[in-house]
Design a protein around this ligand. Structure first.
Ligand SMILES: Cc1cc2nc3c(=O)[nH]c(=O)nc-3n(C[C@H](O)[C@H](O)[C@H](O)COP(=O)(O)OP(=O)(O)OC[C@H]3O[C@@H](n4cnc5c(N)ncnc54)[C@H](O)[C@@H]3O)c2cc1C
Length: 482
C-alpha cells in the first residue's frame, strides 16, 4: 500500500526524517496542500511565496526523477487528507512537525482522524535544531533570554549524521501538473540573486563553508558577502538546520583555500546565529501572537503611529505597488518614504532598496532600518514587520516578529529601547567606504528628497522622551507562557 508524505516547510529529500519514514513504509506519494492560514498564522508574503513556488518545482523535479508523484491540493487539511487517503488506499502518512500554535492544532486533529481510520501516522522533527519544548530552564520553564537558552540548546543538538536521501519508489499515481512557477514583474531582481530549492541550498552551503573563516570579522559589514545567505533556504526547508550545523562541525577540520583551518570562534559564532533562529521559534511556540502583541506589555502604552489594515489599503494587500504616499498624515508619508527607500538617510535607503530589489537585507542594516522606523519616525514596529513579511524571501513567522520586537525594545531579551542606532554613525563604522550605499543609492538620484525626512538628533530626543512615559508601566503582566 502507498505511503503519503505531506511536504510543508521541508521541501527537500536530504535529512528529511518524515520522508525516510514514508520510504520505508512502501511506494511513496508526495503531497502539498495550499491551506487557508488560520489566525494568528498568516498567508505567506509575496516574496516568500515566489520562493516557495520555485522550491516546489525543484522538489517536484527531484521526486519525478525518482518516480515519486507529487500531488497538489487546495483546502483544509482536515478534509483534504482523509479524503485523499481513502481514494488512494494509503495506510501510512508522514510529515515534519510545525510549531505555530494554530497549525499544531490542525496537525493534531488530522492525526487523530487518520488514526481513527486505522492509518499509521508519524510526525518528525526537522525544522529546528531542537524542538521548542525540548529546552527548558532548571525549573522546567521556557527561556526568555538567549544566552542560557543557547547554552542549554547546544547540549541537545543531536550529533548523529544527517540523513541521506532515502531509497525511494513511487506509487502508481499520476502526478499533478504544476506548470511554470508564477513570476511577477517585480521578481526579476529576486531571480537574479537566488537559486531556490534543495540543489541551490546545498551549493550555497558548500560555498559558504569554504569562506567561513571570515564570518566573525566581516559578518557585520554589508558590502562584504560574508554571511551564509541560507535564511530563505531554511525558511522553506530546502535544507535542514542540522545539516548546516553538521557542515560547520566538518568545516572545523577542513582547511580553507589558503590551507589553514577556520578559527573555531568563527564557526561557533555562526552556529550561535542558527541558535538565534531556534530561540525565535522557542519564543513563538509559547507566544503565537508574537507578530502582533508586545511581549513587554508596558509598550502597549507607547504612542507609536499605527493604523490597522494600512498595508492592505496602501498596496492592495501585497507587495505592489511600493510607492511613497501623499497623505494628510505626515507619518503615513514617512512610512511610504521608508518603504521606498527615499528618506534621505543613505544607509536606511540603501537597505530598503536592497530589500525591494533582492528580497533580502543584510542583518546589520535590518537593525538600522528597524530602529529608524520605530524610534526616529515613531511608527509602530508592526508596520515594519508587515512590510518585511511581504518583501523578504526569508520571511519567517518567528524570526521576523521576534527581531522586530527586539529592535523596537518591546521583545524578549530585546535591545533596550534607549539604544537608538544612529544610521550615519552606523554607515561610517560598517560601510566606511560607502560601497554598500553606492550599490543601492546612485549619487544623484532624483527620487531623493532635498533634505532627510527627519532630523536625527531631534527625533532621537523625542523618542527618548516618549519612552520616559512608558517606563512608568514597567510591572504589567506579560502574556501567557512567557
Ligand atoms: C528587523 C529584523 C527582521 C528579521 N526578519 C527575519 C526573517 O523574517 N527571517 C529570517 O530568517 N531572519 C530574519 N532576521 C534575522 C537576520 O537578519 C537574518 O536571519 C539574516 O540576515 C539572514 O542572512 P544569512 O542567512 O546570511 O545569515 P547568517 O549570518 O549566515 O546566519 C545563519 C542563519 O542563522 C539564522 N539567523 C541569523 N541571525 C538571526 C537572527 N537575528 N534571528 C533569527 N535567526 C537568525 C538565519 O537562519 C541565518 O540564515 C531579521 C532581523 C531583523 C533585525
Amino acid at each position: 500500500m502507498p505511503a503519503l508524505m505531506w511536504f510543508r516547510n521541508d521541501l527537500r529529500l536530504h535529512d528529511n526524517a518524515a520522508l525516510t519514514w514514508a520510504a520505508k513504509r512502501g511506494p511513496v506519494v508526495a503531497l502539498l496542500i495550499d491551506e487557508p492560514a488560520p489566525s494568528p498564522a498568516r498567508p505567506l508574503g509575496a516574496a516568500a511565496t515566489w520562493w516557495r513556488e520555485q522550491s516546489i518545482r525543484a522538489l517536484a523535479a527531484d521526486l519525478g526523477r525518482r518516480g515519486v508523484p507529487l500531488l497538489r491540493r487546495r483546502g483544509d487539511a482536515r478534509t483534504v487528507l482523509p479524503e485523499l487517503c481513502d481514494s488512494l488506499g494509503v495506510d501510512a502518512v508522514s510529515w515534519s512537525r510545525r510549531y505555530h500554535e494554530p497549525l499544531r492544532d490542525i496537525d493534531a486533529e488530522v492525526k487523530a482522524t487518520l488514526r481513527d481510520r486505522g492509518i499509521d501516522v508519524a510526525s518528525h522533527p526537522g525544522f529546528t535544531l531542537v524542538e521548542p519544548w525540548e529546552v527548558t530552564t532548571k525549573a522546567g520553564d521556557p527561556f526568555r533570554v538567549f544566552t542560557p537558552f543557547s547554552e542549554a540548546a547546544r547540549l541537545q543538538v543531536r550529533d548523529d549524521a544527517p540523513l541521506p536521501i532515502p531509497d525511494l519508489s513511487g506509487a502508481d499515481v499520476e502526478p499533478d501538473e504544476l506548470g511554470e512557477a508564477p513570476s511577477p514583474a517585480w521578481a526579476t531582481g529576486l531571480a537574479e540573486h537566488w537559486a531556490p530549492g534543495e540543489a541551490g541550498a546545498r551549493k550555497r552551503l558548500e560555498e559558504f563553508m569554504g569562506e567561513i573563516s571570515s564570518y566573525g570579522a566581516d559578518r557585520d559589514v554589508p558590502a562584504q558577502d560574508a554571511t551564509s545567505h541560507l535564511s530563505p533556504h531554511l525558511a522553506s526547508g530546502d535544507i535542514s538546520p542540522r545539516e548546516i550545523w553538521a557542515a560547520a562541525e566538518e568545516a572545523l577540520d577542513t582547511p580553507g583555500p589558503d590551507g589553514t583551518l577556520p578559527p573555531a570562534d568563527d564557526v561557533e559564532k555562526f552556529r550561535d546565529e542558527l541558535l538565534w533562529r531556534d530561540f525565535a521559534w522557542h519564543r513563538l511556540f509559547y507566544n503565537p501572537e508574537l507578530h502582533r502583541v508586545n511581549v513587554r506589555r508596558q509598550f502597549d502604552h507607547f504612542d507609536w503611529a499605527w493604523r490597522d489594515g494600512e498595508l492592505a489599503e496602501a498596496s492592495a494587500g501585497g507587495r505592489d505597488p511600493r510607492l511613497p504616499r501623499d497623505s494628510s498624515e505626515q507619518w503615513l508619508e514617512h512610512l511610504g518614504a521608508w518603504r521606498s527607500g527615499t528618506t534621505g538617510i543613505s544607509l536606511v535607503d540603501a537597505g530598503m532598496r536592497e530589500l525591494w530589489h533582492t528580497g533580502y537585507m543584510h542583518n546589520r542594516v535590518r537593525m538600522v532600518v528597524g530602529s529608524f522606523l520605530t524610534k526616529n519616525l515613531g511608527i509602530h514596529w508592526r508596520h515594519g514587520e508587515e512590510w518585511f513579511w511581504d518583501c523578504l524571501v526569508d520571511a519567517d513567522p518567528a524570526a521576523n516578529a521576534f527581531n522586530w520586537q527586539w529592535v523596537a525594545g518591546c521583545g524578549d531579551d530585546a535591545a533596550p529601547y534607549f539604544r537608538i542606532f544612529n544610521p550615519e554613525a552606523q554607515a561610517k563604522r560598517f560601510d566606511p567606504h560607502g560601497e554598500y550605499i553606492a550599490t543601492w543609492v546612485p549619487p544623484l538620484d532624483p527620487a531623493m528628497p532635498a533634505e532627510p525626512i527627519v532630523d536625527l538628533k531631534h527625533s532621537r530626543r523625542a523618542a527618548l522622551d516618549a519612552y520616559g512615559e512608558v517606563k512608568a508601566h514597567k510591572n504589567e503582566t506579560p502574556p501567557a507562557g512567557t
